[in-house]
Structures are given as C-alpha cells and as structure tokens.
Write a protein that binds this ligand. Sequence first.
Ligand SMILES: [Mg+2]
Length: 279
Amino acid sequence: MSWLIATDLDGTLLDDHYDLVEAAAALDKQVAMGHEIALASSKTFSEMLQLSALCSRSPTLIFENGAGVAWPERLWRKSDAGPVQDGFRIQLRGDGYMRLRAMLRGLRRSSGVRYQGFADMSVAEVADLTGLSMAGAALARERQASEPLRWLDSPEALQRFEHSLQQRGYRLVQGGRFHHVMPRTDKACAVSALARRLAEMHAARIRVLCCGDSANDRAMLRGADVAVVFPRPDGSFLVLDHDGPAGDSGPAAVFRAASAGADAWSRAVAGALRRCSSA
Ligand SMILES: [Mg+2]
C-alpha cells in the first residue's frame, strides 16, 4: 500500500551541503513507488518553492511550522478557499501576517517589551543573523503567517509576552536563534489534515511516515505510524518519549537515520518502509 511521507528539511532531508537536486531525486524515487510526499518546515512558502520546483510532482508544502499549507492542484477540493500562488492553493491558520504584525505592534506599544522581528529588519540584517545569502534572506522575509523574533528583553518579560500571546490566540515556539510567534497549530496538525484528505480521496486509511530531527518535529513524529529520527550535529537524537496527553501512544515504530542529507534519507526511508509495509 502507499504511504504519506512527511519530512522536515533542514537537518533531515537536507544537510549542510544543501543539495536541492539530490533532495528532489530522493523525493521523486518515493513518488515513483506510489507514495505521497509532504515537506514540513519552518521555512516560508517562497523558500520551499525552490525544492518543490525541482520535483517531478509537486509535494504538499507545510510552511512556517504548519501555520500555512500549500496544496498542489491534484489535492484541491471544490469547497477549498484561499488564494492560488505558483500553482498551489494557500490555506493559512490564524489571521495572516498583516494582522499578526499589527497584534505584535500593539503588544509592544502597550507593554514596552524589546524584540526585533523579521519585519523590523532589513534583508541584510536577516542575512547577517541567519547566515543565509541575500537572496535566501529575502525569501525568508516573505512571511505569510508567523514571525521570527530576536528577543532583546529579560526572561521574565518573555514569560509575560508569551502569556499575552496565548490570550490573543497565538503561541510562542522557541527555535535555535529565534522565537517564532505563530497561530495555535503545528506541523502535526497540518500532516493530520493532509492524511485525512488523502484518506477521503482514496477511500482508505493512509499510513503516515514522518522524518525529523528537532523539537518542532516531535508532535509530527509522535503522531505518525512510523517515525524516522535524524541525528543532530553532535550525534544525539531527539527523544520521542511520552510527554503528550493520555491516550497518545506514539508511533508504532521508530527508526534512526545514520545522518542528515538526501542519501541517508533515502536509505532510512526505504529501510523503514521495507520493515513496516509487510507488517
Ligand atoms: Mg530540522
């Protein structure tokens, strides 16, 4: 039977060499076997289009950590709303970037907290802070539903800020360099929505294999039938131990990849599918 394979990008399908051609070839191989692909990343839609354009068939793009989903045309439903951009139907959780920015400006005015968001920075500043090229930084600034912040205030102020965001229907997610303000959703919610849609279209339950390496992948990995965990740069692995609500039993099988990057990704996914497809 076919699977939905949902994968994180940085530190999972992509390693430091950032070879998008190899990554697209690895995804194409799974599509040729009849599987459905979703890319699930903290990246923006604009950033993810580069890889998607190299694929033989457009994957579903879960962008900005699940704050937005870009549906390829073959998965559209008549009832879908949302603008079409570069051949994808865009659906956002929450109220979109303009309202999020307005909410943040209001909060900054009323509480006096100090932070710098991507919208406050020039492309050159984003490039400087992230290590991205100028072109890459420009794509990272094309946000639709979430805002990365560099926190410039105290840890106590951060706690109060997080509480205020929750009251307004948003959440704060800690990343490596940045805190991300986003609607109350995550990659796992988007993967579930996609799995439900595929099940409806194929009139059958679809099994889900998820690949990831970081804390923002944990819920997605725990919600999968099969999880493939990729090592961090220091060789350690994200722990998937139970920390969710009762009744959340976690994936039926967990595999560990040898390293990040397209080659290791292909081997790990093929191995996991071989072991689990007959089960
Ligand atoms: Mg990652």
